[in-house]
Design a protein around this ligand. Structure first.
Ligand code: GAF
Length: 503
C-alpha cells in the first residue's frame, strides 16, 4: 500500500480527471497507434524488436494449481452486512505482524496460518504477488510510455476460501480489524468520489476495490459460475515494505486478484488482472497511478526485467544479467513515507497532460527528444521541465534495454544516473534522503544509482559490485548519519517471479 498509507490530499478535490483515469486503464490498439504518424520513439522501440509479445501474457493466475475448492465455504460469525458505507466489522483481535513470526514463515504460510485462526477452517488456496523495483522509466507509464521494472522476492499472500453467503470479509496482518462488505454493496462503495477517502479502511479498499473492478469487468457477460455469487474470506500477509516505493499496493491487488479470479472462476489472464488492479487503485483507493506496478507484479519473472509499452501493454522479458556481471541491486529504503494519492503525484500528472495538450500530442509518449526545442518555446519553464523528464526518460528506457542486451548490466550506470538527475532537477520528485543515497552509493563505487518509484520519499536503487555491497552499505549509512537522517533500511533484491498460486 505504498499509496494508501496516508490521507489523500484534499486540494486535489476539484481534479476533474477521474473519468480520464478510468479510460486510461484500457490500452489503446497498437495498430491504431502504428498507423498514426509513428513518432521517432516508436520507431526506436520497433528497432529493438520488442513488439508485440505474446510470451508474457501469462496464463490465468493460478492456472497451474489444483482445482479451486468450491465446497469449503462455512459461514463464520454473524457477518450480516451493514447497509451503508464503512463496513469495519467487529475487531478480529489480530495483532498487526509486519514481520514473520519465525524464519521459516513466508507471507504465504503466515496468511494461511492467520486464515485458520481467523476463520477456524482451512483456506481453499493461497495466492501471492510480489512488489517491484523499477530499474528505469519513472512516471512514463501514465504518459503511454516505456518502463523497465522487475518483480522482487518480497510478496503479499492471500489465503482464501468461498463462503456460503455473499459477504466478502478481508483480514490482514497490517490491521487489527477485519472489514466486510456484501457483494451487493460493492457498487455503492465504489468508485470513491474524487477528493474523498474510501468508504472502507484504506488498506481494505485495495482488495474490495479489486473485487468491485473484477465483477464489473466480467458481469457484462453474465455470472461465469455459481461460485461468482458467493462471498469469500480472504486473509492477507505481506513482507513488502509499505511506503518504500516497492509497490506494496500492486502486490496486495495482485494477491487479491489471483484469489478472486480462481475462486470465482472468472478465467481472466494476467494482463486483464493487472488492469483490474490499476482500476481498483485509481477508482477505489483514489491514487491516479499508471499500470506499471500491476503489470510488473503480475508478469515478472526470475532473472528478468519486464519491458512494458504502457500504450499497448506489450510486455517483453529482458534479462537483467546482474549476476553474470558480478553485480547486485541494492535497495536503500529511506523510510521517508510517500503516498501517490496525495498532491505531488497528481500535480506531476497534471503537468504532463498540460504539456501534451499544448504540444498537440495525444500523450507525451508521442513527443520526441527532437521536439524539445519547440517545447521550450511553447511551454512555461516548469511544464517544460516536466515534459523534458518524460521525453528523455522514455528514451533512456529504450537505451537501457538496448545496452543491457548489447553490453550487459555493468554498462547501464550512466543511464541510471541521468534518470536520477532528471527526476531531481526536472521532475522534482526526489528528496534530500534519496539524493544522499545516490551520491553516497556512487562515491563508494556503485556502478549506477537512482531513486525508484513515484518519488517524494521511498527508496533508491544502486547497482553495486557484489564484493562492494558492505562498503557501499556502510558509506550510505554513514552519509545518512552525518546528514541527521533516520538510518535507512538497506537490502539486496533480484528479479523474481510474478503473481501465482502458492498452495
Ligand atoms: C507509482 C505508480 F503507481 C506507478 O504507476 C508509476 O507512475 C510510478 O509511481 C512512477 O514511475 O509507483
Amino acid at each position: 500500500m505504498s499509496d494508501g498509507s496516508e490521507p489523500r490530499d484534499a486540494t486535489a478535490a476539484a481534479d476533474p480527471r477521474a473519468a480520464r483515469v478510468s479510460d486510461d486503464s484500457e490500452p489503446r490498439d497498437s495498430a491504431v497507434a502504428a498507423e498514426a504518424n509513428i513518432p521517432g520513439i516508436d520507431r526506436a522501440r520497433d528497432d529493438l524488436g520488442l513488439r508485440p509479445s505474446t510470451t508474457t501474457n501469462g496464463p490465468p493466475a493460478g492456472a497451474s494449481a489444483t482445482d479451486t475448492d468450491r465446497t469449503s465455504g462455512v459461514a463464520i460469525g454473524s457477518a450480516e452486512p451493514e447497509t451503508r458505507r464503512s463496513r469495519r466489522s467487529r475487531s478480529a483481535s489480530l495483532t498487526p505482524n509486519p514481520t514473520h513470526e519465525d524464519d521459516t514463515m513466508t507471507a504465504s504460510t503466515e496468511a494461511a496460518d492467520l486464515f485458520r485462526r481467523a476463520t477456524g477452517r482451512e483456506p481453499a488456496g493461497v495466492w501471492s504477488a510480489p512488489g517491484r523495483v523499477n530499474l528505469i522509466g519513472e512516471h512514463t507509464d501514465y504518459n503511454d510510455g516505456f518502463v523497465l521494472p522487475f518483480a522482487i522476492s518480497q510478496r503479499t499472500a492471500a489465503a482464501a476460501a468461498l463462503r456460503d453467503d455473499r459477504v466478502i470479509r478481508v483480514t490482514s496482518t497490517f490491521s487489527d480489524e477485519a472489514v466486510e462488505a456484501s457483494i451487493d454493496e460493492l457498487e455503492s462503495l465504489f468508485p470513491t468520489p474524487e477528493g474523498t477517502t474510501p468508504a472502507v479502511a484504506e488498506w481494505a479498499a485495495y482488495p474490495l476495490g479489486v473485487a468491485w473492478a473484477l465483477r464489473q469487468a466480467v458481469a457484462a457477460d453474465g455470472a461465469p459460475s455459481e461460485a461468482f455469487e458467493r462471498g469469500l474470506d480472504i486473509v492477507f500477509a505481506s513482507d513488502v515494505p509499505v511506503g518504500a516505493g516497492l509497490s506494496s499496493s500492486a502486490a496486495l491487488e495482485g494477491a487479491a486478484a489471483g484469489a478472486l479470479n480462481d475462486l470465482w472462476s472468472t478465467g481472466l489472464d494476467a494482463k486483464q488482472l493487472a488492469r483490474i488492479g490499476r482500476r481498483a487503485e485509481n477508482e477505489a483507493v483514489g491514487a491516479p497511478t499508471g499500470v506499471m506496478d500491476q503489470m510488473a507484479s503480475m508478469l515478472g519473472a526470475d532473472d528478468n526485467a519486464l519491458f512494458i509499452d504502457c500504450r499497448t501493454l506489450d510486455a517483453n522479458l529482458v534479462p537483467l544479467g546482474a549476476a553474470e556481471a558480478g553485480l547486485e541491486v541494492l535497495v536503500i529504503d529511506t523510510l521517508v513515507k510517500h503516498a501517490h494519492s496525495t498532491g505531488g503525484y497528481r500535480d506531476r500528472r497534471d503537468a504532463c497532460e498540460r504539456g501534451a495538450a499544448a504540444l498537440g500530442a495525444e500523450a507525451l509518449r508521442d513527443v520526441a527528444v527532437d521536439d524539445l526545442a519547440r517545447a521550450a518555446e511553447l511551454l512555461d519553464d516548469v511544464t517544460f521541465r516536466r515534459v523534458r523528464h518524460i521525453v528523455t526518460e522514455n528514451q533512456r528506457v529504450l537505451d537501457t534495454v538496448r545496452t543491457l542486451r548489447e553490453h550487459g548490466a555493468r554498462a547501464i550506470g550512466e543511464l541510471l544516473l541521468s534518470s536520477h538527475a532528471s527526476m531531481r532537477d526536472d521532475f522534482e520528485i526526489s528528496v534530500p534522503e534519496l539524493d544522499t543515497a545516490v551520491e553516497a552509493a556512487m562515491a563508494a563505487g556503485a556502478v549506477g544509482a537512482r531513486m525508484t518509484g513515484g518519488g517524494f520519499g521511498g527508496a533508491a536503487i544502486a547497482l553495486v559490485d557484489a564484493a562492494a555491497i558492505a562498503r557501499v552499505t556502510t558509506a550510505v549509512e554513514r552519509a545518512f548519519a552525518e546528514a541527521g537522517f533516520t538510518a535507512p533500511r538497506i537490502f539486496t533484491v533480484a528479479p523474481a517471479a510474478g503473481a501465482h498460486r502458492d498452495a
